[in-house]
Design a protein around this ligand. Structure first.
Ligand code: ASP
Ligand code: MG
Length: 462
């Protein structure tokens, strides 16, 4: 089989873990053609953000720079036994760290940080990581070479910070660059690409999953494996519900709904390329590779007892209700409300309007509540049919996901009777037209109890 395997930051968090990862890759490589994609070593990207933010204020965070330096140099000296490979690796690491220092100093001089420069700074995490992993594979006797996203051919637009790959060119490049490397294990940076002008770009935080899926599609692999630190995608967050189980199989759509609803384990856009090319994706635990895992592939016949597959929760939200008796039958109020929020860059997560038309309720992030309320007050009160703006913070959305809900009746009844049996008040409900997701809003503190009740009601514990 041809397999793209992506390792997340915790999987390559330190020397011991990188050793484990390389053992795993070596074994698989005996009978398969492996392409490795890696994230930055654990917490490195966050530290690079810190470096960049301080630089913008004119300050070099020496301590952070030192942590990054030590982490990579120490890991390299610890795990590479062959002196020649080790020296070359340490030299390459030093070259990259010097380039990082120069870039950060450039920001310090002008006290200005463009998205383009930030992307360059963030790229060092993955660029350092692939050097180490590839060197460790060579140290273990496996032919291997490291590549940046740009070197392997991932070309993006110039939307720095959240760039989109130019898929056709990328596909052409990747096919060309990866063919002929059958005997070598390429180790490729996740998260980063290059613009047509040759500037480094990043595709958004957590984007390495997307890189793996994209390479998988472009190189027409048999499977894409996302290696993380949990046993696949779970029926619920185990911190909230310890009895949560691994979901053995999901469709691309179900898994995407889960990722959008904030489920840990995957980037929301990651499945697009895999789905287009119909390539199965497995989510596995690096620390328990033979243990339970999740397979994501095309729709299969829904089993009767698998109507709901997962419960997801989005926390730290606030609910705003805009009301006024004169809103009834008044055309344009919704447009006004959402226009004001849009112009002020407040992201809206969920919307509902009662049939009476006397109020409109929507959800936003808690940290945008103050801004939202104040721009709405200024924009609406005394000038429109709105006469009251009420907010409720500390709410959460619970989402129930499963393709089997489509066309199955009685799911909502079962769901809300489980909730009401625990005396939990439901503040707002929405069902997307895909019918694969019912979402509702409750007090944040009710989430745990609600999750338990739903899990039991739909027999998800088995
Ligand atoms: N290192 C990047 C991040 O932390 C990309 C990734 O991990 O997927 O966001
Ligand atoms: Mg990640």
């Amino acid at each position: 089989m041809k397999i793209v395997i992506k390792f997340g930051g915790t999987s390559v968090g330190n020397g011991k873990r990188i050793n484990k990862v390389c053992d795993f890759v070596s074994k698989l490589n005996e009978k398969n053609q492996i392409i490795v994609v890696s994230s930055a070593l654990h917490s490195t990207t966050d530290e690079l953000v810190k470096l960049a933010e301080s630089a913008k204020k004119g300050k070099m965070e020496l301590e952070v720079f030192d942590i990054i330096t030590q982490r990579h140099k120490k890991t390299a000296s610890e795990i590479i036994h062959d002196k020649k490979i080790q020296n070359e690796l340490l030299e390459s690491i030093s070259v990259l760290l010097e380039e990082l220092e120069k870039t950060v100093n450039g920001v310090i001089t002008v006290k200005e940080l463009s998205n383009k420069t930030l992307d360059k700074i963030l790229s060092f995490g993955e660029r350092l990581a692939v050097l180490i992993i590839s060197a460790k594979l060579r140290d273990a006797g496996i032919e291997s070479k490291s590549f940046t996203g740009g070197e392997i051919g991932i070309m993006t637009d110039e939307n720095f910070g959240n760039a989109s790959p130019l898929v056709k060119v990328t596909q052409h490049n990747i096919k060309k660059n990866l063919s002929g490397l059958e005997k070598t294990v390429p180790v490729i940076t996740g998260f980063i690409g290059v613009t047509q002008q040759g500037e480094i770009s990043t595709i958004g935080r957590g984007g390495s999953d997307y890189t793996a899926s994209l390479i998988g599609m472009c190189f027409d692999v048999d499977e894409i494996w996302i290696m993380t630190d949990v046993n696949g995608l779970l029926t619920a967050n185990p911190k909230i519900y310890p009895n949560a189980k691994t979901i053995p199989q999901l469709s691309y759509n179900e898994a995407t709904e889960m990722a959008i609803m904030g489920s840990k384990g995957m980037h929301p856009r990651a499945l697009e390329p895999a789905k287009l090319a119909n390539i199965p994706v497995r989510i596995k635990n690096t620390f328990d590779p033979e243990g339970p895992s999740t397979l994501i592939n095309e729709e299969v016949n829904v089993k009767k007892d698998e109507i709901t597959k997962a419960i997801t929760i989005i926390n730290n939200l606030a609910m705003v209700t805009v009301s006024g008796m004169n809103m009834v039958g008044n055309i344009g109020t919704a447009g006004e409300i959402f226009g004001i929020l849009g112009r002020n860059k407040v992201n809206i997560i969920m919307i509902s309007q009662s049939i009476s038309e006397a109020n409109i309720t929507f959800l936003i992030k808690q940290n945008e509540l103050q801004k939202a309320v104040s721009v709405l007050q200024v924009g609406l009160l005394g000038k429109s049919s709105v006469n009251n703006i009420h907010s409720d913070d500390e709410v959460a959305v619970i989402g129930i996901i499963g393709a089997g809900m489509k066309g199955t009746h009685g799911v909502a009844t079962k769901l809300f009777s489980a909730i009401s049996s625990k005396n939990i008040n439901v503040k707002m409900i929405a069902q997307g037209s895909s019918e694969q997701n019912i979402s509702f809003v409750v007090k944040e503190s009710d989430c745990k109890l609600a999750t338990e009740a739903i899990h039991k009601q739909f027999n998800m514990d088995k």
